[in-house]
Design a protein around this ligand. Structure first.
Ligand SMILES: [Zn+2]
Length: 233
C-alpha cells in the first residue's frame, strides 16, 4: 500500500463518518471545515510511515522541499562564500549572512523549510534505526498518544482541538489498512510485539476491497451532500 491508498482510506472513512452525521441531522459541517478536515486526516494517514526513511512523508516531500529551499538560498550562500573569499572576516560575514537571510521573509521561510526537512529526514532515520518500520508507530497505543499530542498541538496554536481527532483518525486507518496486508502490524505493542491482522487472514483481501469501496463511497456521498444545496432551488 502506498501513501495515496493511505490518504484515500483516511480521508474516505472520515468523509463517510461526516456524511452519516449529516444525513442523521446531528451536525452540518461547513465546506471549508471539510477541506481542512480532509487535509489533516490525509496528513495523519501518511505521517504513520515516518518510521521508514524512504516513505512519502520522510523522503519524497522533504527532499523536494529541500531542493526548492536550497535553490532559493543559493544566492545568499554564494554571496557569503564570495565575501568570505575576498574578505576573510568570519564574524562579519556571518552577521551579513544571518542579517540577509533573517531579514527577508522568503529567505527566512526557506531556511525554516530547509531545517524542517532535514529534521524530518533525521527523525525518520532515527525512528527506523531504533523502532523499525511497522514497529511501535503502527500500534494502537501510539495512535492514542499521537491523537492526544495532535489535539494538544492544535489547541496550543489557538485552533480547535477537534482537528487533532482527524489527524488521529488518519493514523488509525493507516494501521488498520496495514493490518489487512500479509505482514500485519503490532497492534498491541508494547504488551505484545507480534504482528497481527485487522481481520481473520481469510478476510483480509475482501477487507481491503471493502475499505477501498467505503472510502470512495464516503468521498462521493460527501461531495454530493455539499453540492446538493446548489441544485435544490
Ligand atoms: Zn505503514
Amino acid at each position: 500500500m502506498n501513501y495515496i491508498h493511505h490518504a484515500l482510506f483516511g480521508v474516505g472513512t472520515a468523509a463517510l463518518g461526516v456524511a452519516v452525521v449529516e444525513v442523521l441531522g446531528v451536525l452540518q459541517v461547513a465546506p471549508a471545515a471539510l477541506g481542512i478536515g480532509a487535509v489533516v486526516a490525509a496528513a495523519g494517514s501518511i505521517a504513520t510511515d515516518l518510521d521508514h526513511p524512504k516513505s512519502f512523508i520522510s523522503h519524497s516531500i522533504p527532499s523536494r522541499v529541500l531542493r526548492i529551499a536550497l535553490a532559493i538560498l543559493t544566492i545568499p550562500i554564494l554571496a557569503t562564500v564570495a565575501t568570505l573569499l575576498t574578505m576573510p572576516d568570519v564574524q562579519g560575514t556571518w552577521n551579513l549572512f544571518s542579517g540577509l537571510v533573517l531579514g527577508m521573509a522568503i529567505l527566512r521561510w526557506s531556511l525554516f523549510a530547509l531545517l524542517a526537512s532535514l529534521g524530518l529526514m533525521g527523525l525518520s532515520w532515527l525512528l527506523y534505526r531504533s523502532l523499525h518500520h511497522r514497529g511501535p508507530l503502527h500500534s494502537l497505543i501510539f495512535t492514542l498518544a499521537v491523537t492526544i499530542a495532535a489535539c494538544a498541538t492544535f489547541a496550543a496554536f489557538g485552533q480547535s482541538w477537534i482537528w487533532g481527532l482527524f489527524f488521529g483518525w488518519g493514523w488509525l486507518w493507516h494501521i488498520l489498512a496495514d493490518g489487512l496486508t500479509k505482514e500485519g502490524v503490532p497492534f498491541f505493542w508494547p504488551f505484545n510485539d507480534d504482528r497481527t491482522h485487522t481481520l481473520p487472514d481469510w478476510a483480509c483481501g475482501i477487507g481491503r476491497l471493502l475499505l477501498s469501496l467505503a472510502a470512495f463511497a464516503g468521498i462521493l456521498v460527501l461531495i454530493y451532500l455539499c453540492l446538493r444545496p446548489m441544485f435544490s432551488t
